[in-house]
Design a protein around this ligand. Structure first.
Ligand code: PMP
Length: 400
């Protein structure tokens, strides 16, 4: 009998499963709106010219590949701090932020989860929006956290259930971690405005909850600085401790390079130093140290004034294309006589909760070869001028 005989088959990932079904679909003109990446007008993952330029210089320099420090490349971590907290951040000036390069945003979440579990002990609890990115629950559950949901999405308005959110968070025990999406909420596309952030932060402070901001789409809603508004307001709030996980997968179109970072804010320089030592200990026992290439690309772009400016423009083009697709989609849906989809223009980022039911999503797939998630989530970035009309006609047809 094999040592592994009792191992059961784990359930497959629903999103990746959908892509497999899509790939096996023989129908010409099939369209996949189930993806979680930004693709350009031609449906391709872009290689940003600013990134390409750094890459060519790196290739020409042909440097040896030594290990990075456990917490990653110093230039990358400094550039990350400035991008996340702002160039003039008082927190950075006070040395209150411990930042480490991680294996994507997912790696930051996992390292933080392991560390926070150590700090919080057996009662570790995290509140996660309902709904949220599926891996949020998986990461924190695996790290040993008890999970609680807080209300977030309001299906009736296709917007935020802010009152429900505050009510649920207001009931949490002090010390509970509260996971928040900085912008471009995945999967709904529904974000907080600055007034709501301010009210939320006041509640987090009063209830002594630990804010944990996940920023995977910085720059995809309104711009790199504007999208960090929640982080900046937390920094100004007087809250002594909070956590930020950020990812460059989308903003630099570097998905497979696994570039992200974890930043933990402490009460003072000494606390930040202790936090960094714990982050390093956690990373060391996990994957020892991160990889070089992606970090060198990001640090190369952000470290040059000229390339940084070009990257902001390239990011702006991705953002504007998504905005244009949202607007075009809403307009064509109206032209095809669909019920009002104007809320799609109020949602932000790559995703939109379309409000389509599971049955409607299945009709889209079966009758029109258009793939979306059962939840109704569509990737707006998968729309382009060539497929917009087809998708709008099909969505209108199944919504009647
Ligand atoms: N957080 C959210 C909300 C995400 O959507 C994603 C990526 N899908 C991540 C974190 C993880 O990003 P990465 O690919 O850099 O691990």
């Amino acid at each position: 009998m094999s040592f592994f005989a009792s191992v059961e088959m784990a359930p497959g990932d629903p999103i990746l499963g959908l892509t497999e079904t899509y790939l096996a679909d023989p129908r010409p003109g099939k369209i996949n709106l189930g993806v979680g990446i930004y693709v350009d007008e031609q449906g391709r993952i872009p290689l940003l010219p600013s990134v390409h330029e750094v890459e060519q210089a790196l290739t020409a320099a042909a440097k040896p590949r030594g290990y990075l420090p456990i917490d990653g490349m110093p230039a990358y971590n400094q550039a990350t701090q400035r991008l996340v907290f702002g160039v003039d951040s008082p927190l950075l000036a006070a040395g209150r932020v411990a930042t480490a390069q991680t294996v994507g945003g997912s790696g930051a979440l996992r390292v933080a989860a392991d560390l926070l579990k150590q700090v919080a002990g057996v009662g570790a609890k995290i509140a996660i929006s309902n709904p949220s990115w599926g891996n949020h629950r998986a990461v924190f559950r695996t790290a040993g956290f008890a999970l609680v949901d807080y209300r977030y999405y309001d299906a009736a308005s296709h917007g935020l259930d802010f009152a429900g959110m505050l009510e649920d968070l207001g009931r949490l025990e002090a010390g509970t971690v509260v996971l928040l999406h900085a912008c471009c909420h995945n999967p709904t596309g529904v974000d907080l405005d600055t007034t709501q952030w301010t009210r939320l932060i006041a509640l987090l402070k009063e209830r002594r909850l630990l804010p944990f901001v996940d920023m995977a789409y910085q720059g995809f809603a309104q711009g790199a600085d504007a999208d960090a508004a929640g982080v900046r307001l937390l920094a100004e709030s007087g809250i002594e401790a909070f956590v930020v996980a950020n990812s460059y997968s989308k903003s630099f179109s570097l998905y497979g390079e696994r570039v992200g970072a974890l930043s933990m804010v402490g009460a003072d320089r000494d606390e930040a130093a202790r936090l960094l030592s714990k982050i390093k200990q956690t990373i060391r026992a996990n994957y020892s140290s991160p990889s070089t290439h992606g970090a060198a690309l990001v640090a190369g772009v952000l470290g040059s004034t000229e390339l940084h400016a070009r990257w902001e423009q390239e990011l702006g083009s991705m953002r504007e294309r998504i905005h244009a697709m949202r607007a075009g989609f809403v307009e064509r849906l109206a032209a095809y006589g669909a019920p009002d989809f104007g809320f799609i223009n109020r949602q932000a980022g790559m995703f939109s909760y379309s409000g389509l039911s599971k049955a409607q999503v299945h009709r889209l797939r079966d009758e029109h070869a258009i793939y979306a998630l059962d939840s109704g989530r569509i990737c707006v970035a998968a729309l382009n001028r060539a497929n917009l009309d087809t998708v709008a006609a099909a969505v209108a047809a199944v919504s009647r």
